[in-house]
Design a protein around this ligand. Structure first.
Ligand SMILES: *Cc1c(COP(=O)(O)O)cnc(C)c1O
Length: 405
């Protein structure tokens, strides 16, 4: 079955989603083993009993730590991790209690005192905070590089550089990074490339085909997809896997069984949802581009975006998350805009079925020389509602805002 689907995908990677649609419906299920039920049950528990001393010794084996204690996961954990490893095209995956936990543990597993870490300047804010507040305290040298300037990266590279941490597109500003080129630079000095791949999901960016060593998803976002759980997952290639695995288990990291169940369920509809997020986001972005209140739209799948060519080369689709910079407004106007939204919610996170708007300025970054227009940055998540309704809602809220002083 797996072979058949792989053969269908064959050479043209843009056809991959066709095979993956089918994979998503069947991956990680084993109905005969669970009384015929379509979905694997939720396992709750800490103690796992053995029938004999011999079985107990066998359970504790290195190759199958999961069989001995609940903290190492359940059959459902294992099924979800295997599913993500396969979807990502990596070697093995590990769940974490949140997306941020996956980011921080991947970093702490790879780094030791005296190492140098290069992080893309448009990285997810809390990952940035962790590097600045915790890693620096541990004598790890943390430096940020301009996400779209490879020579800035090359200049900052050192013999002690152990990790280059990327996120493409970047949080809030959505710059696409040249991951294959960055991986080449990193691997020339044996450094690891860690990528936060949350935006694209495993469907729209294939990290291991582009040289990434560890790929991370906040499963909280599109994988769970309904704003009703928190979960992270990291996937490693063979080289990075032992390091990633050690970084989690010794810290006692694990994830709740219900959240893993929700993520597994989310996989079944992921491709259908992503198509709608992509379409809604792009339609909204195109409409915003022509509005007089808009200074700039930050969406990598718009041909006018500086990252468009790289997006077209490396990505297989776009999610529903992007940014818009509005021309400078009064505080009263901004407040009116957000007050008048009837469909867009105001809140953190994204990847659920619902649309969200978040005021994102000022940006916590060092280098803002990438040609961003002056104004107010709003991060938008296009949910699964009707595209025309989203445009209508934004339009009426903007009209109301422009009408006040
Ligand atoms: C939300 C997010 C995270 C963190 O996920 P949590 O589950 O909220 O901890 C990490 N990276 C990116 C890009 C995110 O958007």
């Amino acid at each position: 079955m797996k072979e058949l689907i792989k053969a269908m995908d064959s050479s043209n990677s843009r056809n991959l989603s066709r095979g993956l649609d089918t994979v998503l419906s069947h991956i990680g299920r084993n109905s005969p083993e669970y009384a015929g039920f379509v979905n694997m049950p939720v396992f709750r528990g800490s103690t796992i009993l053995a029938q004999s001393l011999e079985e107990w010794d066998l359970r504790k084996s290195e190759t199958n730590p999961m069989a001995s204690y609940g903290r190492f996961g359940s059959p459902l954990t294992k099924a979800f991790e295997s599913a993500i490893a396969e979807l990502e095209g990596g070697y093995q995956s590990l769940v974490f209690p949140s997306g941020l936990s996956a980011c921080t543990h991947a970093l702490i597993g790879l780094l030791k005192a005296g190492d140098h870490l290069l992080i893309s300047d448009s990285v997810y804010g809390p990952t940035r905070n962790f590097a600045e507040q915790v890693l620096r305290r541990m004598n790890i040298e943390v430096e940020f590089f301009n996400p779209t300037n490879l020579s800035d990266l090359s200049v900052k590279l050192k013999d002690s550089t152990r990790v280059i941490y990327v996120e493409s597109p970047g949080s809030m500003t959505f710059e696409i990074q040249d991951i294959p080129a960055i991986a080449e630079i990193a691997h020339s000095i044996n450094a690891f490339v860690v990528m936060d791949n949350t935006w694209a999901t495993p469907l729209y960016f294939r990290p291991f085909e582009h040289g990434v060593d560890i790929s991370i998803h906040a499963a909280t976002k599109y994988l769970i997809g309904h704003s009703d759980g928190l979960l992270g997952i990291a996937t490693a290639n063979e080289r990075a896997w032992p390091i990633l695995q050690a970084s989690a288990h010794v810290f006692g990291e694990t994830a709740g069984p219900d959240d893993i169940f929700l993520a597994m369920r989310g996989l079944r509809t992921l491709s259908v949802r992503m198509e709608r997020h992509w379409k809604n986001g792009l339609q909204l972005a195109q409409w915003l581009q022509s509005h007089k209140a808009v200074a700039q739209v930050l969406h990598p799948a718009l041909p006018e975006n500086p990252g468009f060519k790289l997006w077209q080369r490396d990505f297989l689709g776009a999610s529903g998350l992007f940014g818009v910079i509005l021309h400078p407004m009064s505080k009263n106007q901004l407040s009116t805009l957000f007050k008048e939204f009837k469909i867009f919610g105001i809140g953190l996170s994204w990847g659920g079925f619902e649309s969200l708007a978040l005021l994102a300025d000022p940006l916590p970054r060092l280098d803002d020389s990438n040609g961003f227009k002056l104004g107010h940055l709003i991060r938008l998540h296009a949910g699964l509602e009707g595209a025309q309704d989203l445009i209508g809602d934004f339009s009426q809220a903007l009209d109301a805002a422009l009408a006040v002083g």
